[in-house]
Ligand binder design. Structure first.
Ligand code: IMP
Ligand code: MG
Length: 369
């Protein structure tokens, strides 16, 4: 991920993919033009990189020139195209190929057609490296298209956001969800995870998604996903990850304007962690950190036995049952600790002390994200 001015962008098209597309364009155009010497006209500023790489791949003699037009302000195309440098040579009778970095609304292209209207060229062909079909509003033919892309703002490889990003050798796409704090919260039974989740969600304005609660909610309300999950549970089978992910997706979508999420009880396996990464990526976001409360076993056992005296929860009143639950927890989370550690996203936080002290320690971690 990169940041230009106030916006975040994520990797979208690699330098290798761009090179392949340009090679293909050069081949197609050469096949059509044959031995004639074409004039390639780049449209500045954006097309300087495309033109440079394209003409190096063009296998036969050719001429190169530029015109300079400007239409974009920030991340929006404007109708008002300024002609900053027009044609500086006579192109009568020549085969002209316009080389564009990107065709978006087609406003710039309309201006290009106006420029060439009275030039009496033999042929005017339009080639563009990137094309946004969903944004295109004109009907000028595009003769050669490198890569079709969705209608989202991109930077890199000649394209800029308010002056920045043109020098990047690959292309990045704008992240529509701007920076979120998404935590995967872990803690052994008795570590005070629920209490801390409540504080964190208030303090950072996050939405707490407890997988257990989400399941109970969907089953109780007999949602389609709830019924599906229940059908597996009734057969004594594990609910497939995709069903759980779909439920979490629904929760994330319900809270589309949140500052971020606290995931609690999910993921539990590598496959689930990967599925969660894919879900977050589809939301133009990512998991910021796995935060695990660390508490010694003996302290946990004492806390849970205390709690068992008043809560009456059967699994909180037997020491060996408690120790088993703790062992299970470590067995399961070890894998996830590794998963997030390799991405430098694992943060262990000392879970012994007053509630305020622990919140303080957690906040220290979150504030650095
Ligand atoms: P159009 O006139 O709307 O077709 O836009 C053409 C010009 O707008 C391009 O030559 C670029 O300079 C600029 N442009 C369009 N889309 C993008 C984008 O996603 N990123 C950066 N510049 C863009
Ligand atoms: Mg341009």
């Amino acid at each position: 991920m990169i940041k230009l001015h106030d916006k975040y962008f994520k990797p979208f098209i690699s330098a290798q993919e761009i090179e392949t597309a340009i090679e293909r364009l050069a081949k197609e155009i050469h096949n059509d033009i044959g031995e004639e010497i074409p004039v390639f006209v780049g449209v500045l500023n954006g097309s300087f990189m495309v033109v440079s790489d394209f003409v190096k791949k063009y296998p036969k003699p050719c001429e190169v020139t530029f015109i300079k037009l400007a239409s974009y302000e920030g991340v929006k195309s404007t109708e008002d195209i300024q002609r900053l440098i027009g044609l500086t040579q006579d192109l009568k009778g020549r085969t002209v190929v316009i080389l564009e970095d990107i065709i978006d609304t087609g406003n710039t292209l309309a201006e290009i057609h106006r420029i060439f209207k009275n030039e009496q060229v033999k042929a005017l062909k339009i080639a563009t490296l990137f094309y946004k079909p969903a944004a295109y509003k004109k009907d000028f033919k595009l003769h050669y298209v490198g890569i079709e892309i969705p209608n989202k703002f991109i930077v890199g490889y000649g394209l800029d956001y308010d002056g920045l990003g043109r020098n990047l050798p690959e292309v990045y796409q704008i992240k529509e969800t701007q920076h979120m704090t998404n935590l995967v919260l872990f803690g052994p039974p008795g570590a005070g995870k629920g209490t801390q989740a409540n504080f964190l969600k208030e303090k950072y304005n996050l939405v707490h998604i407890s997988t257990g609660d989400v399941f109970r909610f969907n089953i109780k309300n007999e949602t389609a996903l709830g019924m599906l999950a229940k059908s597996y549970m009734d057969k004594g089978e594990l609910v497939p990850d995709q069903v759980t992910i779909d439920m979490l997706n629904a929760e994330v979508e319900k809270n589309a304007d949140a500052n971020g999420f606290i995931f609690d009880g999910f993921p539990r396996t590598n496959a689930q962690a990967e599925a969660l990464d894919i879900l977050m990526d589809a939301k133009d976001s990512e998991i910021s950190a796995m935060v695990a409360l660390e508490v010694e076993d003996d302290v946990l056992v004492n806390r849970l036995l205390e709690r068992g005296k008043t809560s009456g929860r059967a699994d909180d009143s037997n020491e060996s049952v408690i120790r088993n639950r703790i062992t299970e927890y470590y067995k399961k989370t070890a894998i996830l600790k590794d998963y997030y550690s390799t991405q430098n996203k694992y943060f262990g936080v000392d879970g012994v002390g007053s509630i305020e002290d622990i919140t303080e320690r957690l906040s220290k971690v979150i504030d650095t994200l």
